[in-house]
Every structure is written in structure tokens, then in C-alpha cells.
Design a protein around this ligand. Structure first.
Ligand code: LRH
Length: 472
């Protein structure tokens, strides 16, 4: 009655994975089954994802999961937000666009000409990000040809099961969900010319969406159920933050650093809008009140450039150790919009630093240090802003996701915020995915709350504590 095993598919912007999640009498354990790279692919009409390859990896990973563990009770799927695929019949019309494609700038202009940002914010509660789905829809010529538009995790669910739904946490990132009611804002969609095919029925985390069918079922080798989880990866990650105080902040740190607090009600004040804080939908109707900080993207994109220069892989832990030993470094604005697109990141960072009048770092370790410290400063600023906007006295910062492994970043965040940092779990997103499925199976009792789930996480993982150093 109190346990079993589920599969979690977690697709990030730089890598995807399939995990097995074991729950046994309140205990929790993850096992990685497959991991595969992901990233932007330049096409003639802009930046795309190689969704065809991703989907193949998902199927292969699930097949391997079933071989290892024939008793899997269900599958849950999460991914990065905002991007979508257009479907007609059973066909995907084209490879989905990548949110870093610059066509969205035209979409921003077109949308704001019809509905000013102030009004948008009142309606959808979302911070301005140029790639929010509504801006993408505004420049998508094929939207009108599609029977249905599905966000990435919903698209995977559709291909696996035939279900045509929009999971609620991720739907909240489209900009077309009413921040007050949590339902589609059909009036807004109409004003923006978004067809109803882009507004599939909303589904809550924890609901059963469908069962593997046809070719997917054959290739995976079992008729598994897909259960909706917090399909926005950040929503799943926040489920698995072992919040240790009512006034704790969290940073879900991967490609992005999502910095904020959990609320029961949205905050859509002028101050929140001016600080560009978002009110995204969380699991169980909670609000993820947070700000996007450009996270490890700055580092991974720099490393990619250096590796291309060298024609050889770079040892990241070694680079970070060397970075820790560097002295005086310049800071830059990690959120500078010129750093958003793929390409030669060190050159662009150098230009931003030069512009500020500071000296450009002369070595790769010094560069890496400037990146890490600049991200940490942006984290500290966003935590302070979250506290100010919600009148909370933030007393601890939880860092989850891949960034929790970056000791230099965790320590710098503690130093620059003056707050203790609790780092881990690294696999928060997969854990949140697993927990919401496990709860749907009743493995934590009939009425388990998010707090109960977080107690399970706290029992299964021990965070690493970083105290702020006063001398810096
Ligand atoms: C993190 C994330 C983030 C979104 C961005 C597009 O993976 O989902 O929450 O803002 O990707």
C-alpha cells in the first residue's frame, strides 16, 4: 500500500534524463536510467529543438526503465517551459522553435501594440520574458494550420497516449492563463488572435492523462499510464525543495536560476511588475513568485566556446577550482539581454565588462570566476527583492538543481546575500516529478500535502550548508 516505483522523464534545456523513482514506506530513492544531451539547433528559419531525437531518447529510456523494472506504476513528464509543438492529426507539423530564437522580438512588439504590458501583467501575472508563449504565437504563421498546440511535456504525452491536454503549471507560462482564476483567459486570447486550438483542456498535476498506445507502447514494452506532474520543470523542482523555514527562499539552478518564494496568492502589484517578478502556477494551486536570473547558461555556453576553440573537452570541476583561487574580479549584469542567445559567450561578456570600464579577465579561470560571482550577485539581489515584495524576512536560501553541485556558486551566494545557503537536492526536478506521481498512487496516504512531500525529501537527502563569510 505504501510504495512502488514510477518513471520520471525530465527534459532540461541542456540535457534530458529518464529516472526510476522508488518509494517505500515514506522513503525515496532515484536511479538514473538514461541521460542525453539537448540544445538549440540552427535551421534555415531560426533556432529549433531536435524534438524528434529527444522523443526517441525518451522512448529508448522508458524501454530501458521497463527492462530494469517491469513493475513501473506510471510515467510523469516535465520539461523547460514556454515552447510548444503544432499537431495535425497524429503528426507534428515541424520541429518546435527554441525559445532563444530571436523572432520573438517581433512578437513582443505585436502583442504589446494590442495589449500593453501593464494590462498583461494584471491579467497573467508573468514577468516579461521575450519568449513567453504568447509572443511566440504572435509570429507563428503555422499556428492557424494546426489542430492543436501542445507545450513540450504535453506534446510528449500526446505522442505517447493520444491525450490532448495542457498541464496547468506549464500552461501558466504561456501568458494566456488568468492569474486569478487559473483558467484560460479566452478574452485575452481572442484579442491577440490566438485560436482556441492553442487552449486545450487544462489538467491538474496528479491526474491520469492516458495509457501508452500503438507504436509507443510496443517500443516501450508496457501499457503504462501517464500521470500529470508539475510538467513545468521548475514547478516540479519547487515541490522537492525541503523548505526549512516559513521565510525560506529557493533558487532552482540549472540553465536558468529561478529565484523566489512560494505563495498562496499571487502578487501583481506595480512594484512586482517593475521588479519583473512572475507568478507562475505551482502544484496544488501554490504560486511560484520568482524572477528568472540567467544561470549556468553563461558558464555552459562559455565552456562550449572554449571547447570548440581547443577541439577538446574542458574539465569543469578543475576550471572551477582554479576559478576559486583568482583574486580581484569584475562583476557584470548576468541578465544583460545580449547574453541570451547562443554564440561566443566569452566575447560578449568581455564586451559587457569593457563597456562598464572594468578590466576584462585575462584567463579562463578568471572569466569563470567573474561569471559565478555575477550570477551569485544576481541571485542575492533577487532574494532581497523577493523579500521586499512579499514583506518577508528571508532567513535561508535553498539551492536545488545542478547548481547545488557548484560549491563556488553556493558559497558566493551565501556571501553576497549574507544568508545561509542549503544546497540540494541536485535532482529536485526528477524528485518532484516522482513525488507527485507517488502521491497520486496514494503511497503517502490519502491527503498528503506539499509539506508532507517536502518532509519525505528532507528525510531522503541531506543538504550541504554554506554559511555567509563576513570578511567578503
Ligand atoms: C527552466 C525553465 C524556466 C523557464 C525557462 C524557459 O528550465 O523552465 O522556468 O523560464 O526554462
Amino acid at each position: 500500500t505504501s510504495g512502488g516505483v514510477v518513471a520520471a522523464v525530465d527534459l532540461g534545456a541542456t540535457s534530458g534524463r529518464v529516472m526510476l523513482g522508488y518509494v517505500d514506506d515514506g522513503m525515496l530513492r532515484l536511479e538514473q536510467v538514461a541521460r542525453f544531451p539537448n540544445g538549440p539547433v540552427a535551421g534555415p528559419d531560426g533556432l529549433h529543438w531536435d524534438f524528434t531525437a529527444l522523443y526517441r531518447h525518451v522512448i529508448d529510456g522508458l524501454a530501458e526503465a521497463v527492462r530494469r523494472e517491469p513493475g513501473i506504476a506510471s510515467i510523469g513528464i516535465d520539461s523547460w517551459a514556454v515552447d510548444y509543438g503544432l499537431v495535425h492529426g497524429d503528426e507534428l507539423l515541424a520541429e518546435p522553435f527554441h525559445y532563444r530564437d530571436d523572432r520573438t522580438a517581433r512578437g513582443v512588439e505585436a502583442v504589446h501594440a494590442k495589449v500593453p504590458f501593464e494590462e498583461l501583467y494584471r491579467r497573467n501575472g508573468l514577468q516579461f520574458l521575450p519568449f513567453n508563449t504568447l509572443y511566440q504565437y504572435a509570429v507563428d504563421r503555422r499556428l492557424a494550420d494546426a489542430e492543436i498546440a501542445l507545450l513540450i511535456p504535453d506534446l510528449v504525452t500526446f505522442l505517447l497516449t493520444g491525450a490532448r491536454v495542457a498541464e496547468r503549471t506549464n500552461a501558466s507560462t504561456t501568458g494566456l492563463v488568468d492569474v486569478g482564476s487559473g483558467e484560460w483567459d479566452r478574452e485575452l486570447a481572442e484579442r491577440l488572435g490566438v485560436p482556441s486550438s492553442a487552449l486545450p483542456p487544462l489538467a491538474d498535476p496528479g491526474t491520469r492523462l492516458g495509457t501508452l498506445r500503438g507504436e509507443a507502447r510496443e517500443r516501450v514494452g508496457a501499457a503504462l499510464d501517464v500521470i500529470a506532474v508539475g510538467s513545468h520543470d521548475t514547478a516540479s523542482a519547487v515541490v522537492a525543495v525541503p523548505l526549512s523555514s516559513a521565510d525560506a527562499a529557493y533558487i532552482s539552478c540549472g540553465t536558468w536560476g529561478l529565484v523566489g518564494v512560494e505563495l498562496d496568492e499571487p502578487v501583481v502589484t506595480d512594484a512586482a511588475r517593475e521588479a519583473n517578478f512572475t507568478n507562475e502556477g505551482g502544484v496544488d494551486g501554490r504560486v511560484r513568485f520568482l524572477h528568472n536570473v540567467t544561470g549556468l547558461w553563461l558558464l555552459s555556453e562559455s565552456v562550449r566556446t572554449w571547447e570548440a576553440e581547443d577541439g577538446a573537452p574542458i574539465d569543469l570541476p578543475e576550471l572551477l577550482d582554479a576559478a576559486a583561487a583568482v583574486g580581484d574580479i569584475p562583476l557584470f549584469d548576468a541578465n544583460d539581454s545580449r547574453l541570451a542567445a547562443p554564440g561566443d559567450m566569452p566575447a560578449r561578456i568581455a564586451a559587457v565588462i569593457e563597456e562598464s570600464g572594468a578590466k576584462v579577465p585575462a584567463s579562463r579561470p578568471a572569466f569563470a570566476r567573474a561569471i559565478v560571482e555575477s550570477i551569485a550577485q544576481a541571485f542575492a539581489d533577487a532574494v532581497a527583492t523577493a523579500g521586499r515584495l512579499t514583506a518577508r524576512d528571508i532567513d535561508v536560501i535553498h539551492i536545488v538543481g545542478g547548481g547545488a553541485l557548484n560549491r563556488l556558486l553556493c558559497q558566493a551566494t551565501a556571501d553576497r546575500s549574507g544568508l545561509p545557503v542549503l544546497a540540494g537536492p541536485v535532482e529536485a526536478t526528477a524528485l518532484g516529478n516522482v513525488l507527485v506521481q507517488a502521491r497520486a498512487h496514494g503511497w503517502f496516504g490519502p491527503d498528503a500535502t506539499l509539506e508532507d512531500l517536502r518532509r519525505v525529501v528532507a528525510g531522503a537527502t541531506a543538504p550541504v550548508r554554506y554559511e555567509p563569510r563576513t570578511d567578503s
